[in-house]
Every structure is written in structure tokens, then in C-alpha cells.
Ligand binder design. Structure first.
Ligand SMILES: [Zn+2]
Ligand SMILES: [Zn+2]
Length: 263
């Protein structure tokens, strides 16, 4: 059994599944996926995420506003706390800093304020954070330290930064999640990191519908493909598929302790 620790179920391209999400979920379950964490990017989509998850004990949710979405609205901490207490919500995010898509320094202030509020909400409700970080290494770590993110911990999702940053996040009690990017030809640096992350801090994800792993690179991604990430990681680290599957699944339910494993 494996877990897709980060997907966007409301955004999948379902053309290959006759427009039917339940068929995409079935395809994933057939590939051994036992749990899905469907991640929130903007608060207005949360009701749709709840609708999708209802009746599926193997779908958990997060609540948060993506850093590149803060142009729309920086959420209030209280708003995040209120939603975080809803059924099925096991994490806060995705939040963080992404300077890659910003032009100049404009927008950084909003991202930073939003990130701080997410951390405060996570500490208050004691749920882990899902952190998205790109081209903002020092600021991300500084804010995590200032706001005591080590109290609630969380995951650096779809990690693509350097080992120095990974180490600092690990010191704060965070997990490192590896996406299908690790299978890309030009991802040598990421492969070095993916080999070094301690086995008890490793997670895997698709970030679907984005970033499909080889051999589907460039096409739409879906939770079933987390299997390719697990396969690749097993080969990369010289362990069996079962070992990667067990470690990343155990880690998932340890970190996201409100998510319930299938019996
Ligand atoms: Zn992200
Ligand atoms: Zn995402």
C-alpha cells in the first residue's frame, strides 16, 4: 500500500476516465494507493473538496491558500482555524513562499504575511503544515523558525531546493516529500537529496494534475502515478518497493495523525 500525500482532486483532468473522478480513484486504488491527501489551494474551493471527500474514508483534506494565490486574498488566521476544525481536515496548507513566479519584490509581503498566519493557525489547532517553497530558501526557513513551526511540524512538499535547506527543515521536525520530478532526466541534484533524506522522514506525492512522472512526463498527472514515484525511489535508494511503500505510508500516518489508515 502507498499513499499520495499531495494531490488536487478537484483539478484532475478526467478525460481518460470518462469525466468520472471515482474511476480515477479506482485506478489509483488498483495501483495500491490506500489514501489521498487532497490539498486546498484557495479557500473558495474548500466546499468542493469536502463534497469530493464525503463518503470516502480514504480521502483527507487540507485547508489553506497557495502563496501564488495570495494576490487574491490573504486569509485571516481565525478563518483558517475555523475551517481546520472541520471533519476530514488533517493539515494546514498548502502555504509557503514562491518567489519564482513573482516579478521583482512585489507580492513578497503578502506571501510572507499569509505564511505566518497559516503557521499560527497550524500551531493553534495542532495540525501539520504543508509547505510549498520555491526560490525563497532563507525567508522560508526564517519564518518557520520565527513562528515556531517546529511545534506543529509538517512537510516540505514537492521539494526541489538544496540539501542545506532540507537539513534545516529536518531539524525543525519536518518531513520531505518527493514528487515525480525526481524521475526527470535533468533532476540530478534532487536525486542526491532524495537519496539522503532519512527513511523515517520521507514522503511521496504526485501533486497531480501537475508534474506527471516518467513515463508520462508532459501529460496530465493523476494519483495512480504515485506508484512510479515509489518505484523510482526504491531503485534510487537500493531498497525494495515494499520498503519504500511501508516507510512512506507509516510516515504519512505518523505526521498526519488525524488521517485514518484503512483497516
Ligand atoms: Zn505546491
Ligand atoms: Zn500542490
Amino acid at each position: 500500500m502507498i499513499v499520495d500525500s499531495h494531490c488536487h482532486l478537484d483539478r484532475l483532468d478526467l478525460t481518460a476516465h470518462d469525466g468520472d473522478l471515482s474511476k480515477a480513484l479506482l485506478a489509483a486504488r488498483d495501483n495500491g494507493v490506500s489514501h489521498f491527501l487532497s490539498v486546498c489551494v484557495e479557500l473558495s474551493e474548500f466546499p468542493e473538496l469536502e463534497r469530493i471527500a464525503s463518503g470516502h474514508p480514504d480521502i483527507s483534506l487540507s485547508v489553506g491558500v497557495h502563496p501564488n494565490d495570495t494576490e487574491m486574498k490573504v486569509p485571516e488566521t481565525e478563518e483558517l482555524v475555523k475551517l481546520a476544525l472541520q471533519d476530514k481536515v488533517v493539515a494546514i496548507g498548502e502555504t509557503g513562499l514562491d518567489y519564482y513566479r513573482l516579478e521583482g519584490d512585489e507580492g513578497r509581503g503578502d506571501q510572507q504575511e499569509s505564511f505566518k498566519r497559516h503557521i499560527r493557525a497550524a500551531v493553534e489547532v495542532n495540525k501539520p503544515l504543508i509547505i510549498h517553497t520555491r526560490h525563497a530558501r532563507n525567508d522560508t526557513i526564517d519564518i518557520m523558525r520565527e513562528e515556531n513551526a517546529d511545534k506543529c511540524r509538517g512537510v516540505m512538499h514537492c521539494f526541489t531546493e538544496d540539501w542545506d535547506m532540507a537539513e534545516k527543515a529536518l531539524e525543525l521536525g519536518f518531513y520531505i516529500s518527493i514528487s515525480g520530478i525526481v524521475t526527470f532526466k535533468n533532476a540530478g541534484d534532487l536525486r542526491d537529496i532524495a537519496k539522503r533524506v532519512p527513511m523515517d522522514r520521507l514522503l511521496i506525492e504526485t501533486d497531480s494534475p501537475y508534474l506527471a512522472p516518467m513515463p508520462h512526463r508532459g501529460k496530465t498527472n493523476e494519483p495512480a502515478y504515485v506508484r512510479y514515484v515509489a518505484d523510482y525511489m526504491a531503485e534510487l535508494r537500493g531498497v525494495t518497493y515494499e520498503e519504500i511503500a511501508k516507510a512512506t505510508t507509516d510516515n504519512f500516518f505518523t505526521l498526519f495523525s488525524d488521517a485514518r489508515p484503512a483497516i
